[in-house]
Design a binder for this molecule. Structure first.
Ligand SMILES: Cc1cc2nc3c(=O)[nH]c(=O)nc-3n(C[C@H](O)[C@H](O)[C@H](O)COP(=O)(O)OP(=O)(O)OC[C@H]3O[C@@H](n4cnc5c(N)ncnc54)[C@H](O)[C@@H]3O)c2cc1C
Length: 520
């Protein structure tokens, strides 16, 4: 997956692509992989880095959505449970089966949740991850030593999936390229091309590394820009009603001692009527999330004071070792691209299922959904796109298609397990140059060879690409990631043949941005 090859393909002005996808998050990558795997010539263009937007800021769950079951959205839960099973089958190096425990503090809660979770188990069918089980108070305390004991009645275990969101995005981009597609990061769509009848016939984009503007022709264009959907729609038809409502959710990341368990905690009903998760992830604990409407879509949204207080206060009600602001290793916010709410509808009530919209000009937009269902969203939007563009009909092939990095037996003791089938190649780098085996920071497991790998094989272009989305340092421990920056910039500059001034600038801008992940 080389950016230079992508730019070369893009600059071929004689070419008409079958499908161009705008946006390199879960939705865009899902659509592009589906299209390329069916044999259509496919180009995906991303303004920043793959998964720089919402798709690196999730709760890291591949789930049916117990909450949606409680809301009675059976169809959404059924489709998500099926996709959960398929993803575990196609990317076992990134998705794992995780136990969730609901601690219960009222006499009726255990039977109540057990019945609901048995339905959840039944709906998973053959793709189920394990049966839900009732726990006594003692068993709950043994599984979750840091849970509040006062009035604890017992607990219920259920199973769902957990994953690494931006690593899955990178693997999808690699899968796209391996299927003959082209993926380019740092390439911004600045306009849409139209034919004489006003139908979309391609895109105009800027390579943000060189400022060169390209025009790429295609039979159909898919807008998969998440919370930025309306910006692209405005290029097509200025002044249209909003189709997307951004809803912010934040997470805090804590040291493992705040959970002291390999199992996750699920609090089914917080004071604002949502669910709260505390989930072990890459040796730390992620706690979240919130859900509230925001006015503007931003690429680096920031947590609001109220959200921070809500998460800390709710966590304190359930954990014996209560987290304070200074315990927060990283704080990150993401924006859900929800289909715009109708008047009077709260965001937690807006359906999380996806929508495919077709504009008069033939521009197709895919909105809503969630990471768990990215494959199905891809299938749906490509079915629609091929029909609209009159492309030869071909069946979707992604259901049983292993993704880049697929391996059968995953050894999760080594932090490099996320690379799956690429592990031997990274180890080979270290064999050739033992200095690449050196750890970069005492508090995080990453070694220098991973930086080299990210630049050579995973299209990392900036310090933020490496530290936030190839490695997950920014999300796991923001201060440590800033301390890693000079060494990582030095390795990257060598690989990309950049001057000292590039490293200096990268460190400066990365540090400034990452300050926003530190809670003071
Ligand atoms: C707090 C939170 C927690 C969540 N947790 C979960 C979870 O646990 N499990 C789950 O299944 N789902 C979860 N989700 C939902 C899931 O993360 C999103 O549905 C999904 O990531 C959305 O992906 P997307 O591709 O639509 O948007 P994005 O990831 O935002 O991608 C859109 C891309 O378009 C690019 N773009 C914008 N404008 C342009 C342009 N002009 N030119 C080129 N590119 C452009 C952006 O840079 C961006 O990368 C969560 C969401 C949030 C906010």
């Amino acid at each position: 997956m080389k950016r230079e090859t992508g730019i070369k393909n893009l600059s071929d002005s004689t070419k008409t692509w079958d499908i161009i996808v705008i946006g390199g998050g879960a939705s865009g990558l899902g659509a592009a992989v589906d299209a390329a795997a069916r044999g259509y010539s496919t180009l995906l263009l991303e303004k920043y880095d793959f998964a720089k937007g919402t798709s690196s800021r999730s709760t890291k769950l591949i789930h049916g959505g117990v909450r949606y079951l409680a809301q009675g959205d059976i169809a959404l839960v059924m489709e998500a449970l099926k996709e959960r099973g398929l993803l575990l089958q196609n990317a076992p190096h990134l998705v794992k089966n995780l136990k969730f425990i609901i601690p219960t503090y009222r006499w009726w809660a255990r039977p109540f949740y057990t019945v609901g979770l048995k339905v959840y188990d039944m709906m998973s069918g053959k793709l189920g991850l394990g049966p839900s089980v009732l726990l006594s108070k003692e068993e709950t305390l043994k599984a979750l030593p840091n849970i509040q004991e006062d009035q604890l009645e017992g607990g219920v275990i259920y199973h769902d999936g957990q994953f690494d969101d931006s690593r899955l995005a990178i693997n999808l981009a690699q899968t796209l390229v391996e299927n003959g597609g082209t993926a380019i990061n740092y390439c911004e769509i600045i306009g849409l091309l139209k034919d004489d009848q006003g139908n979309i016939s391609g895109v105009k984009c800027t390579d943000l590394e060189t400022d060169i503007v390209y025009e790429a022709k295609s039979k159909v264009v898919i807008n998969a820009t998440g919370v930025f959907t309306d910006e692209i729609l405005a290029m097509d038809e200025p002044g249209k009603n909003k189709t997307v409502t951004p809803s912010q959710g934040i997470h805090i990341v804590l040291d493992r001692s705040f959970l002291q368990s390999d199992d996750a905690i699920m609090i089914p009903r917080t004071s604002d009527g949502r669910v709260l998760f505390a989930v072990p992830w890459h040796g730390k604990v992620i706690v979240g999330t919130t859900d509230h409407l925001v006015e503007n879509a931003e690429i680096e949204p920031r947590a609001e004071e109220e959200e921070i207080e809500f998460i800390l206060e709710t966590a304190a009600q359930y954990l014996v070792k209560t987290p304070t602001r200074k315990d927060v290793l990283s704080i990150f916010a993401g924006l859900r691209p929800l289909a715009a709410a109708t008047e009077g509808e709260a965001t937690k009530e807006i359906s999380r299922s996806h929508k495919v919209l077709v504009s008069e000009s033939g521009l197709i937009s895919i909105i809503g959904g969630k990471w768990t269902t990215y494959r199905l969203m891809g299938e749906d939007v490509i079915n629609k796109a091929t029909l609209l563009a009159g492309l030869e009909e071909r069946d979707c092939v992604t259901k049983n298609m292993p993704l880049h990095g697929y391996i059968k037996n995953v050894d999760r003791k080594n932090h490099m397990y996320v690379y799956g089938a690429d592990i031997p190649k990274i180890k080979h780098l270290v064999e050739k140059e033992p200095a690449l085996g050196k750890r970069i920071h005492p508090d995080l497991p990453y070694i220098r060879a991973e930086v080299v790998w990210a630049v050579r094989e995973e299209m990392a272009r900036t310090l933020d690409d490496v530290l936030s989305r190839r490695l997950r340092a920014t999300f796991l421990d923001a201060r440590a990631s800033i301390q890693m920056a000079p060494e990582v910039a030095d390795i990257m500059a060598g690989e990309l043949r950049k001057k000292y001034s590039w490293s200096k600038e990268q460190i400066k801008s990365f540090t400034k941005n990452t300050e926003g992940y530190i809670l003071k």
